[in-house]
Design a protein around this ligand. Structure first.
Ligand code: ZN
Length: 142
């Protein structure tokens, strides 16, 4: 079965119709068995459909987006690697650890990284503690 969008040249009605095959459509049209649902005119035509063109375009866009995404992801991963190699992971204790470094004057200690809420970051900033938020990709995510 094939579904065609049909268009009536007489009244501009557009409607869908099912045919066993494209040959059947041609046969019905030749025999003047195809008529408009609304005005019964025989000036009914298949509308030109271009789904392939549309698909092609969106696929290209998708590819570009994916490439962009992968590039960004690579940058983030490189950054993550640097952080993991050079900083100490403190998990959810980030705000606590950041304060302890700041207030205990452990300036020479290794930098830290971990998770903190936006609230935490705001408070740390108000206390003069420098912290930065960076995008993070989960190891498990691919
Ligand atoms: Zn019509």
């Amino acid at each position: 079965m094939i579904k065609y969008k049909l268009f009536c040249n007489n009244c501009d009605l557009k409607f869908d119709s099912w045919f066993a095959s494209s040959d059947e459509y041609e046969r019905l049209k030749k025999k003047k068995l195809l008529n408009c649902h609304k005005c019964n005119s025989f000036k009914v035509e298949k509308t030109i459909m271009a789904p392939q063109l549309i698909n092609k375009k969106s696929k290209t866009d998708e590819k570009i987006n994916l490439e962009k995404y992968n590039k960004v992801k690579k940058t983030i991963r490189d950054y993550q690697k640097f952080i993991k190699d050079n900083l100490k992971y403190v998990g959810d204790n980030f705000a606590y650890e950041a304060r302890s470094i700041h207030y205990n004057g452990k300036k020479k200690s290794k930098g830290i990284y971990g998770s903190a809420s936006k609230e935490d970051l705001k408070e740390l900033k108000e206390e003069g503690i420098d912290a930065q938020m960076i995008p993070w990709i989960d190891e498990n995510e691919n």
